[in-house]
Design a binder for this molecule. Sequence first.
Ligand code: ZN
Length: 65
Amino acid sequence: MTHETKQCPKCGGTDFGKGMQHGYGVIMPKGKMLGSPVEHLICPVCGLILESYVTKPSRFKDAWF
Ligand SMILES: [Zn+2]
């Protein structure tokens, strides 16, 4: 991932931490068996989640049923 400069829209902070959500937090594609953990970009000052990503985006291709 590129290390571009982001700014928190809430508190203006520019330092961020990464969080992983897995276990029961896994997102499942509709109609499929394999889900993906979610990675969040979090502002450690105010707690805002700036961005969320699934770590296996290809599993959500054609998940539409
Ligand atoms: Zn913030």
